[in-house]
Design a protein around this ligand. Sequence first.
Ligand code: ATR
Length: 280
Amino acid sequence: MNITSKTKICMVIGDPIEHSLGPQKYNDIYKLLGIDDQFVYVACRVKISDVADFIKGVRAMGIRGVSCTIPHKVEVMKYLDKIDPVAEKIGAVNTIVNDDGFLTGYNTDWTGAVVPLERVTPLQGKTVALIGAGGAARAIAYGVVERGAELTIYNRTPEKAKQLAGAVGAKTGSLDDLEDIKNMDIIINATSVGMQPKHDETPLPKEYITNKQVVLDAVYTPRETRLLREAKEQGARVVYGTEMLLHQGLDQFKLYTGHDVPEDMMRDVLDKYLPPKGTK
Ligand code: ATR
């Protein structure tokens, strides 16, 4: 460790926070880039009722950057000086940058989804089925519509799907009638269905997946979810949730430090801390 009195603090906040890999991931990269004297990264459990005080603390201590996870992505917005227009449209902030006391909120979740998808297929003019209408779904929905896709949203609570569809300009479908999904180009799971420890579950029965489709699962524990395993069995191309994590992290890192992290460096670091491939 190379911490001095000039080292700037970045952090992740959430409640709970103990599962976060942020500190291991970012401190490793600071070291690999030789900037571990300039930055250190910690995690803090912050209660939602304490967010206003927390932001005062960020200003008072000159914390350089704050990554926000559940449940803070919406709540923090009202305490910032500026919200990036994209984050404003998404309605959530996952990244706060402090420039000499001026706090700006960004959202890097949407590029995290769009960049790995566009490596496999263009989005312009494609039909996309998005399952889920929570926080993660919001950023993905914005991203795919922004890139010119025609989006249909499916969610357990239909009112939430309707609300999100209205906000981004999408259609809605019913989880009780999934037949149309067979004819769509891209399927995205943004629910928590299939996440450990319930890795035997899937948000979409296998028979609705075809070999013409691309399937992205935002869930990355396990890395290969049942949805992705079955998509591969059906001959579909798949995009892993870890790729989303990777790309949102690259953008966030650049906002905090100004440094571009080589993609393979970030991938190697994620490989080190996520459960090994093929494990449940
Ligand atoms: P995140 O920020 O990770 O998106 P979230 O905002 O709590 O978390 O959203 C979770 C999403 O997973 C929601 O779309 C939720 O559906 P509801 O809106 O009906 O709550 C969906 N979800 C969670 N558990 C589910 C389950 N067992 N079956 C279907 N959908 C589920």
